[in-house]
Design a protein around this ligand. Structure first.
Ligand SMILES: [Zn+2]
Length: 73
């Protein structure tokens, strides 16, 4: 077992497209574009006992915004 390197993201509800990795989980942008999606790792979806974990994707802009802490743009 290895320790997780990132905190697990949490979402109350995401769309079908976001489930499938077709849309950015952060801004909803389509990832069917040339740029494609970047994995954010695993996220917890839902609340309480009905929560589950899936791998989620973000557009490159959102992914870079979440990866770094204090890097200016
Ligand atoms: Zn995005």
């Amino acid at each position: 077992m290895t320790a997780p390197t990132k905190p697990v993201l949490r979402f109350r509800q995401i769309t079908y497209a976001q489930h499938q990795g077709w849309a950015c989980v952060l801004c909803g942008a389509s990832l069917w574009t040339a740029e494609g999606g970047v994995s954010l790792g695993h996220a917890s979806i839902g609340d309480g006992p009905r929560a589950y974990t899936i791998e989620v994707y973000a557009c490159p802009r959102c992914a870079s915004a979440t990866e770094t802490t204090t890097e200016g743009s």
